[in-house]
Each structure stands twice: as C-alpha cells, then as structure tokens.
Write a protein that binds this ligand. Structure first.
Ligand SMILES: *Cc1c(COP(=O)(O)O)cnc(C)c1O
Length: 342
C-alpha cells in the first residue's frame, strides 16, 4: 500500500531518488582491502561530522555498538547503562554473547542517569568485583521517547565515568536528532565521550549502515573486531553512496519530523483516553500511554485507516516521525486517532 503512513519506526524510510542514483553510479573497490573510495569518503565525512579522528562504516547500528563494546571491554568486565538502553534491551543479548561482559543497569525516567548514580555504580578495586569498564549513554534515548541530553549533561556524565577510569560510548543512533533538537553541532554532544555511533538508516533515510567513530587506536581495533563479527564488506560503496546522500539531505529534514511529532503529541494529548507527555516530546518520537486492553484495538483501528504504529510495552504505543511521512500523513494519523472510540 503505497500511501501507508508507517510510523512504526524511522527505519521504514525508503531510499530517495538521489540515493538510488548515487548507488548506481558509486565508485567501488574492495573495502576489506581498504580500497573502496566511496566508503572511505563516507568514513572521512563521518569522522569530521562527529569530531573524531576516525570513523568506520558498518552494516548496522547494533554491530557498531557491539564492536565498540568489544573493543572497550574484556570478558568479566562490567558495563553501566540505563535500563532501557538499546545495547542492553534490543541487541539480542549480544553483550554477553559476543563480549562476555556483564551489564549493570541504572533507572532514569528520561533515559539519562545522573552523575551521582554513575559514581555510586562504580565498583571498588577489589577481586570480589568485576571491573567497571564502560559507560554507555544513548542520545536521543529511544525507549524514553526520544529524549535529548545536552552537551553539558553528557559531558558531566562522561567526566564522572572517566574520573573512575571508565571509557564512555555514546549510542548515537539518533545523534543528529539530538543535535537538531538542541540547535548544536553533533560533535559537541560527543566531545567528552570516547566513541560514538550514528545510524544512517534511521531518520537520515539511507537504506543500510551506521558509522562508529573514535580515535585512531580505537578505529584500528574496531576494524579487527568488525571483520571478526562478519562486518567486513567488499564493494560496500554501493550502499555507502546512499549514506553520503543521507548526510547531504537528511539533517535539514529532521526539524520537520520534530515539528510534526510535537503537533501529533499535542493533538493526542487532547484525547480523553490518551496520555501523552507533550513537553517530553523533544525529537521525532511520540509515546502514547493508554489502558493496556485498548492498545491492540487502537492499532487495528489505525491499520484500517492506513496508519501503522508500534507497541512499546504494555499500554504504550510508539509513533516515529521520519522523512517519508509528510504533514498530510501526520494529519491522517491524528484524525484516525480522533476517530477511535475505545
Ligand atoms: C536502531 C537503533 C540502534 C541500531 O539499530 P540497527 O537496527 O542495528 O541499525 C541502536 N541504538 C538505538 C537507540 C536505535 O534506535
């Protein structure tokens, strides 16, 4: 159904005409041999955008996060993150499977633990304990509803962790959404962390791929881990070309997604059966709470109106705005919700 309004995720974006053209025309080589000029161009562009010396192109955000964790942590080490973090919640147990690292979770309503919580979670240097090795922060925070943390806040968290000898990784799947919401340079948001990811395949609209950035020594180790995890790709310029176009076209469109998300949140908040925190709708994600037994009927009602949303826990639905949903599509979603009679 071509005019389906698909708000399940910003991964639902289709490659734009310019991306498809760039893919057809991409110059390529064997990237495992370091010979794909388009991948190299994307990695250099990503490093500059993220303010880090080096960046790697990987097939997915999950692999980018897990490669970073694998490079930072040894088996038996401990990683600290918020309890609904993607790395812990949505990556198939990969931290345990691939790195033998254990996770200590902290609760934070908006997705960002305080510096005090982090300091309190650090283990003493004693053979009874695992080593506290890594803090992972997620900006924007998906399951908290696309919440955004400022550079000052990330810097405070990172400095606390680093003062205890920990490394800091940012899951920046939607880092550009955070930068656009704050009106700042994305590099500022990750200046205090050691490594960061950036998904090209979410709101930026590329069909495939994520970037992982850090210093040169990290990048060299990450290349080895990427190969070992099966992420060494050959003529990957074919897909990296779309990533370059995503970086050209995408960022300017994110502000529109945020505006539509806010308008949708405001419209939903006026419905008597819906609980939406408008002020907490800071980027492109709208979280709707409702009575748990109404979630499935609402999803079915929306589907009848050509609108799709996703379940995000019991009594909670997620609507994600992205470049393939325009004002008409967003209005169709709100109208369909208004017509819902629970
Ligand atoms: C989507 C996402 C990822 C990685 O996703 P892939 O589907 O593996 O590319 C990582 N972190 C967050 C917060 C995400 O939303």
């Amino acid at each position: 159904m071509s005019d389906l309004v698909d708000l399940r995720s910003d991964t639902m974006t289709r490659p734009s005409p310019a991306m498809r053209r760039a893919m057809v025309e991409a110059e390529v080589g064997d990237d495992v041999w370091g010979e794909d000029p388009t991948v190299r161009a994307l990695e250099q562009r990503g490093a500059a955008l993220l303010g880090k010396p080096a960046a790697l192109y990987l097939p997915s955000g999950t692999m980018a996060n897990q490669v970073a964790i694998h490079v930072h942590c040894r088996p038996g080490d401990e990683l600290v993150c918020e309890s609904r973090s993607h790395v812990f919640f949505y990556e198939g147990g990969a931290i345990a499977r691939l790195s033998g690292t254990q996770v200590r979770t902290l609760e934070a309503a908006d997705g960002f633990p305080t510096a005090e919580q982090i300091a309190a979670a650090v283990r003493p240097d004693d053979p009874h304990f695992p080593r506290s090795r890594l803090l992972v922060v997620e900006n924007t925070h998906n399951m908290a509803g696309g919440r955004v943390a400022s550079a000052a806040r990330i810097t405070a968290l990172a400095n606390t962790a680093r003062s205890h000898g920990m490394k800091v990784h940012c899951d920046g799947a939607r880092l550009l959404n955070a930068a656009v919401a704050l009106g700042c340079d994305p590099a500022e948001l990750v200046a205090a962390v050691d490594t960061t990811t950036l998904c090209l395949s979410k709101g930026l609209g590329a069909p495939v791929g994520s970037l992982l950035a850090g210093d040169a020594a990290f990048a060299a180790e990450a290349r080895r881990a990427r190969k070992a995890f099966g992420g060494g790709m050959r003529q990957a310029g074919v897909i990296a070309a779309a990533g370059l176009v995503a970086l050209d076209e995408g960022p300017a469109l994110l502000a529109e997604d945020h505006r539509r998300a806010r308008a949708l949140a405001e419209g939903l908040a006026a419905l008597p059966w819906a609980d939406v925190d408008v002020a907490a709708t800071e980027s492109n994600i709208v979280m709707l709470r409702l009575a748990p037994d109404r979630a499935a009927p609402l999803l079915a009602h929306l589907a009848e109106h050509g609108v799709r949303a996703a379940q995000a826990g019991a009594g909670r639905l997620r609507f994600v705005l992205h470049r393939d949903v325009d004002d008409v599509g967003a209005a169709r979603c709100l109208d369909a919700c208004r017509a819902f009679a629970p």
